[in-house]
Write a protein that binds this ligand. Sequence first.
Ligand code: SF4
Ligand code: FES
Length: 315
Amino acid sequence: MLDVTLRIARFTPKPEKASRRRGGSPFAKKSPFGDSGASSRPGRVRGKRWTQEYRVSVHANDSVLDCLLMIKREQDPSLAFRYSCGHGMCGSDAVAINGTPTLLCTAKVRDWVKPDSPDFTANEGFRPTGQPVDDDAQALDLDALEPGTGLVIDLAALPGFPTQRDLIADVDPMLDQIRRLRPYLEASGELKTTDDGKIDAFEYLQSPEQLARYELLSNCIACGVCEGSCPVYAGGEAFVGPAAMITVSRFLNDSRDSIADDRLDSLMGSDGASACQSVRACSMHCPKGIDVGEELWQTIQKVDAARKARQTADA
Ligand code: SF4
Ligand code: FES
């Protein structure tokens, strides 16, 4: 067993004044007074911020989510965090662990624990394109630690988004961006018919090679880890963000989709492909193994080619 201190950046929002509480039910899909709240959403919610420490005895293979559930059950029921599946499938539990955006449920204590010393620096580093994510590369050698070394894990809400409470970030700006980019298949509608004109198959057939072009991208769970890592995204006003661009890329690579021109158009604005600075921090911790930076680069090239083709046609 390991004795670990979880150092959690906590936040309690200030109660909203009645005069500002005018958006209808927070559970309503659309407010009767306007949009879902995106335009009226304050950039930074005011409230009380502090750091709170909790000590837990856990196994090295426990997840950080296990630690939080133990704290909530046994020490402090007021601690707020979000999760659902517990298995890296739903994407609802992205936070910053030791400053790095990742999922609580897939983060093992052994990979994230660090000595409680200001001199300790994790070996983060950037990986070259094409190499898989190696979270073990930054893991501490627990057997080599001096007895009595204090171990900590720092936790904070996902960066780049407004914090709602404790470890819960408001990811609605990202979901709004994805929604705007039509995250669904727009097929031509031409189905295979029999000789007498009847519909023969309600399927849009694809070869295994065509499927392979977008299959990995379709695994994106909109967790926001890539957005939280992106130094340009930060709130999404200047850049649609990597998750939204991955959505576009997924359908651009799908042979059944028939609106590639519209999809490329949607990334031609100043907050689209040209806003990406190719930092590639978005690639580092995608839980689905998508090389987000490389995919964005491929999409940027498609957008540039489409823009040039249009300029030539107009000249
Ligand atoms: S691309 Fe990866 S990191 Fe980004 S939202 Fe999708 S699953 Fe999460
Ligand atoms: S709880 Fe669903 S991805 Fe972590």
